[in-house]
Design a binder for this molecule. Structure first.
Ligand SMILES: [Zn+2]
Ligand SMILES: [Zn+2]
Length: 354
């Protein structure tokens, strides 16, 4: 089969690799679509990459949707032909962290790719328990957003937005757009998204933000005007250190800040502990997901959360190898469709498609 194999930063090649065959308890899924995550892009930027990640070539891709084409022994209940979304977490279930129930933080799981080979390939091999049946109403492209939504849901449970609270969301990427919808579902009285790209701000309004603030000029006045007393909850989807300082300033007395965007390893930021003490701010990290994959899928199938319009571009494996080293600023979400004839296709923005 064909797969996009990453050897190092800016070095991804489409190659023929052996077809996977399922061991006991496993299935092989033909990949119909696999979302490109922020981590997949950053893996290609040598300067922010820990050197240990690329010691051996990897097939990345952990936002997989497809069809079961081979079943190993003891994978009953998942017949050939099943349309599935694949939960990527493969914890060891033996380490002390797993045994405390934090399987999503298991140090022995792959860093952003499945240990059995990721979804930027024609086929993947996974445990049958990683597969979730897709209802008819959910398309395979929509199903690639189940994983990021599961991550957002997990973080929402950690930051617990209460009815009547105000929520500021920093950043306008796919996760931020999902947080807009989840914050509204939580009963927030005011949900405001802050970004510098017009297309992202318009998307947020279409998905239910009460207001958006354009910070392309570098001016934060609009933010302070929108939140005179600060925001009860600040969701920071941007990793860059400067946003951490903004988040602490923006947070209301008694508020919480979610650290969701991935900061660079080793990067530090000067903060004023006095502010955290005086305002009694809670700093909360949110990473990956533990038990929310099924809930994310049901929010998509019930149309409580709209994800179709977030996928703005699709590429094939060759297209992926070319674009993954480039910044994707103009796009909310790109998916890899291995069987697509064209290297790159824009997806129509249909706001009603869900
Ligand atoms: Zn992801
Ligand atoms: Zn573990």
């Amino acid at each position: 089969m064909r797969a996009a194999v990453t050897y190092g930063p800016r070095d991804t090649r489409v190659e023929l690799v052996p077809e996977p065959s399922p061991a006991s308890g496993e299935v092989v899924v033909e990949v119909e679509a696999c979302g490109i995550c922020g981590g997949d892009y950053s893996r290609h930027q040598a300067e922010i990459e820990r050197s240990d990640r690329l010691q051996k070539p990897v097939i990345s891709g952990h936002e997989v949707a497809g069809t079961v084409i081979k079943c190993g022994l003891e994978s009953e209940g998942l017949p050939i032909g099943s349309r599935v979304a694949v939960s990527p977490n493969q914890p060891c279930r033996r380490c002390p962290i797993c045994r405390k129930g934090n399987t999503h933080l298991c140090p022995n799981r792959g860093a952003g790719e499945l240990s059995t080979g990721g979804g930027f390939a024609e086929q993947i091999r996974v445990l049958s328990e990683q597969c979730y049946f897709l209802p008819e109403a959910v398309s395979l492209v929509e199903a690639t957003v189940v994983e990021p939504l599961a991550c957002c849901l997990h973080s929402m449970s950690r930051i617990s937005v209460k009815q009547g609270e105000s929520v500021a969301i920093i950043g306008g990427g796919v996760n931020a757009q999902l947080f807009v919808q989840l914050a509204q579902l939580s009963g927030a009285r005011q949900v405001i998204l802050i970004d510098s790209l017009d297309s992202r701000l318009r998307m947020a309004m279409a998905l239910g933000a009460d207001e958006v603030i354009d910070i392309s000029s570098g001016e934060l006045e609009g933010v302070h005007r929108a939140f005179p007393g600060g925001a009860d909850v600040v969701i920071n989807t941007r990793g860059a250190a400067e946003y951490t300082r903004h988040a602490i300033e923006l947070c209301a007395v008694g508020g919480r800040i979610l650290f969701y965007g991935v900061a660079r390893v080793g990067e530090t930021v000067p903060i004023e502990p006095h502010l955290i003490w005086r305002k009694e701010i809670q700093l909360v990290g949110g990473r990956s997901f533990n038990t929310t994959f099924g809930a994310a899928l049901s929010l998509i199938s019930s149309r409580r959360v709209h994800v179709g319009s977030l996928v703005t571009r699709s590429v094939n494996l060759e297209g992926y190898a070319e674009i993954v080293a480039l910044p994707a600023r103009g796009h909310i979400k790109t998916v890899v469709v291995p069987q697509q004839a064209n290297k790159e296709e824009q997806r129509p923005q249909d706001r009603n498609s869900g």
